[in-house]
Design a protein around this ligand. Structure first.
Ligand SMILES: [Fe+2]
Ligand SMILES: [Fe+2]
Length: 189
């Protein structure tokens, strides 16, 4: 499916606010793709679809996971909203024919994971710093500046801020986020 077709399909299942966010993520993903040498069309398609499963209900998410053999870990069963990555990736594969790398970028856009591909990093970052984000959790302007120079440092910064934010409100931190952060810190040059 081409970008415009995917965009039209996504628009049907998202609220106006979330769709605007998705368009913002696509725009930011293209900017980052240019900087980091990633295919812009692939970045744009992945970005516009990243939240395709965001607005299905909790119950539907758990049912979808069961029906499509999607593994639900203990953090996800406590917080099913996290499943929108895995479910979104499954939808994008079946409906839009997304590649493995594009699916992974959607799957891990909320938690991150160790050893992310450059496309995964771009989608992770674009989701958090796109122009419509207000950044109540993070110093978003700092992240926006950082993203032009060093995507790994940007991810470490975003994860630090998000972990601290979650600690402040007794929120759960997904182990994949810790793994992603440790990996980046250990592979810093
Ligand atoms: Fe999301
Ligand atoms: Fe998002």
């Amino acid at each position: 499916m081409d970008y415009e077709e995917i965009k039209a399909d996504v628009e049907k299942v998202l609220s106006e606010k979330r769709f605007t966010h998705s368009v913002g993520v696509a725009k930011k993903a293209v900017e980052l793709a240019k900087i980091y040498g990633v295919d812009e069309d692939i970045a744009k398609k992945t970005a516009i679809a990243h939240d395709v499963a965001k607005e299905i209900t909790k119950e539907e998410k758990l049912n979808y996971a069961k029906e499509h053999n999607i593994e639900v870990d203990e953090i996800e069963s406590a917080k099913p909203s996290l499943l929108h990555g895995k479910i979104g990736a499954d939808i994008a594969a079946k409906k839009y024919g997304f590649s493995e790398d594009m699916q992974n970028a959607i799957k891990f856009h909320t938690t991150g994971r160790a050893n992310m591909s450059i496309l995964e990093k771009i989608i992770y970052v674009a989701d958090k710093i796109e122009e419509n984000r207000k950044g109540k959790k993070v110093d978003i302007e700092k992240a926006r500046e950082l993203s032009k120079k060093d995507i790994d440092e940007t991810i470490i910064f975003l994860m630090d801020e998000s972990i601290v934010y979650n600690i402040g409100k007794e929120g759960l931190v997904h182990p994949k986020t810790i793994e992603a952060r440790n990996y980046l810190l250990m592979h810093k040059n």
